[in-house]
Design a binder for this molecule. Structure first.
Ligand SMILES: [Zn+2]
Length: 168
């Protein structure tokens, strides 16, 4: 398994090496990345295919944790029938979204919103250029674990594109 933590820190549960501690203090890795990496290492002994995954980031928002995996590793982190992702959700007591690091805006948006599907992408023309917004049925709002701002920040970080979120 590849994670933001070094292999030595993955294998223990309480202390961090000097290198990983410095990264945590500098904000290069998050506390969630430390906990998630160790949880998955622990589960990998019992769950098929988990050993092979690469975890790139774990990004916390107020109500959710977004796990960014290498391309192709998403289904392994979700697990059969969501088995792995349920354990992660129990540990963090948050909604979990698993996104592969493809940089593809459509895919990233789809995975962040899942199981909610968006109605469309609208282009809004403004004096200083155009904006694109992802439109989600407002009745689905309670099922989306992000605020508009959190969503926009995540999409920008994961794809370098600016997309607004709008509940209509
Ligand atoms: Zn370390």
């Amino acid at each position: 398994m590849e994670t933001p933590l070094c292999s030595i820190c993955l294998e223990n549960d309480d202390i961090l090496c000097n290198g990983c501690r410095a990264k945590l203090e500098d904000g290069d890795i998050t506390q969630e990345e430390v906990e998630l990496s160790r949880l998955l290492t622990d589960l990998a002994g019992r769950i098929e295919n988990l050993e092979d995954v690469e975890i790139k980031h774990a990004i916390p928002t107020a109500d959710a944790l977004v796990i960014v995996t290498a391309e192709g590793d998403g289904p392994k982190v979700v697990g059969r029938n969501g088995r792995v992702v349920k354990k992660i959700a129990e540990r963090f007591d948050k909604s979990i979204r698993v996104v592969e690091d493809t940089g593809d805006p459509h895919e990233v948006v789809e995975k962040l919103l899942a199981p909610v599907e968006y109605k469309g992408i609208n282009t809004v023309y403004k004096p200083d250029g155009e904006e694109r917004k992802i439109v989600v049925d407002e009745q689905q709002k309670p099922r989306v674990p992000f605020t508009e701002d959190e969503f926009e920040d995540l999409v920008e970080r994961l794809t370098d594109e600016h997309l607004n979120l709008s509940f209509e």
